[in-house]
Design a protein around this ligand. Structure first.
Ligand code: GLC
Length: 418
């Protein structure tokens, strides 16, 4: 075993808080939804049972209506803002009130199919499966009641790509909070130039105030929110997860589950296909309040590859575009196109490279007939981690590690890359 694999395992063990893994110590002291899906797969490379435990502990936060929250606050901590009191959610354990990109069902299928102890894995999945079904039913019911085929995202934090320039115009319509005193903790742990700006934080918290006031009821949130987008990343990840859930349904489902999932998937597939953007050379998100496409090229716009939505010519066009980006930055995939005026190599989702996004794009590229791109993304990600450490994200110009250190999902991706 190489030193780096040993280090990656040590990071997961060090961030383990008893069956769940914090993204990193101090900066993110709770359990995060999509982080945990990747982290579960990472654990499963050397401890299959622990991989399933990660998922089960996340599902302790699942609401009665099916929502799997963005954050589960298993134990109190002063290191993070906003904590449970600001969210005002009535749940034990306490949780935030929004969700995150639903990688969960995909992670469960991934772990099951690779399990050595198949009987043990099947028993765990049998118990988890109905919870996944409830989550997947929640999405269209709460976030696409009109059946458009695209789910709405109500908060930039739900996209997992918090301060992407794709959300700038939509977020500009959100006023600053006047109710909650913003007490940021993140900038005491990480350099402020690498984090979202103060005015963005004020608006993030206004949305939380608004949703708390309507007691987190989906139909009221949809009606009240000044921020509503159809995020290409979330929709692609959900469609991938539907496809993976349908495989689980064949083994663990009730009669009818398969048909229900297929109907949802077909609707999503045709809605996502319409988001192809010839000008950008990738897919775009929609601003559902302005009723307009969001013309910013981001790494999220490549995730339809991961959902198997891109046909051969679109996959080739995206590969060609990434090759052009590679002429401008040393490491792929920058979170924002390097030729975009909003590109910022250091500031969170406005430029830096994220290992989890690379992994998803590589998975999709391999299936879409672009094995060269997949191999380059995988080896580039490995190099970046080898040189820049298990950082939260990386500077695309030189691969330098930035943001938080000893990051769980970066360690998990290293383990998945093998
Ligand atoms: C930040 C990221 C989000 C991630 C979380 C924990 O909020 O934007 O994607 O889930 O940190 O790592």
């Amino acid at each position: 075993m190489t030193d780096l694999i040993e280090q990656a395992r040590a990071i997961l063990r060090g961030n383990d808080r008893g069956g769940y893994t914090v993204p990193t110590h101090r900066l993110y002291p709770f359990q995060w939804n999509w982080d945990s899906a990747f982290v579960a797969m990472g654990w499963a490379t050397f401890d299959e049972a622990r991989g399933f435990t990660e998922v089960e502990r996340l599902l302790e936060g699942q609401w009665d209506d099916g929502l799997v929250p963005q954050i589960v606050f298993h134990a109190p901590s002063d290191d993070y803002f906003p904590g449970p009191a600001v969210w005002g959610v009535d749940h034990t354990p306490p949780t935030s009130g929004i969700t995150q990109p639903p990688v969960l069902a995909s992670a469960v299928r991934h772990m099951l199919e690779r399990s050595q102890d198949r009987a043990a894995a099947e028993a765990r999945v049998a118990a988890i499966y109905p919870r996944l079904v409830a989550y997947h039913r929640w999405w269209p019911r709460a976030r696409d009641p009109n059946g458009s085929g695209l789910v709405s995202t109500m908060h930039p934090w739900e996209t997992g790509m918090d301060n992407s320039p794709a959300w700038d115009a939509a977020l500009a319509r959100v006023p600053a909070t006047t109710i909650t005193a913003v007490q940021r903790r993140d900038t005491t742990h990480v350099d402020a130039t690498m984090r979202p700006r103060a005015e963005e934080y004020q608006r993030f918290i206004h949305l939380v105030d608004l949703f708390r006031d309507v007691h987190w009821q989906p139909e009221k949130m949809l009606a009240a929110s000044p921020f509503r987008v159809a995020d290409i990343g979330t929709n692609s990840i959900l469609l991938r997860a539907e496809r993976d859930l349908s495989v689980l349904a064949q083994r663990f489902g009730q009669m009818g589950d398969g048909g229900e999932i297929a109907a949802r998937s077909e609707r999503m597939q045709s809605a996502i296909e319409k988001l192809w953007d010839t000008q950008l050379g990738l897919f775009h998100s929609l601003d559902l309040i302005a009723d307009s496409p969001i013309g910013v090229a981001t790494s999220g716009g490549l995730l339809p590859l991961y959902a198997d939505v891109a046909n051969a010519s679109r996959a080739a066009a995206m590969t060609a575009m990434l090759r052009r980006w590679a002429g401008q930055v040393r490491y792929l995939v920058p979170s924002t196109a390097p030729n975009d005026p909003r590109f910022d190599a250091l500031r969170y989702w406005r430029g830096p490279v994220w290992a989890v996004v690379n992994w998803m794009i590589a998975e999709g590229a391999a299936r879409a007939g672009q094995p060269g791109l997949a191999a380059d993304l995988r080896s580039g990600t490995r190099d970046m981690i080898a040189n820049g450490g298990f950082s939260e994200y990386f500077d695309p110009r030189d691969g330098g590690g930035i943001g938080g250190e000893d990051f769980s999902w970066t360690a998990a991706i290293y383990l998945l890359l093998g």
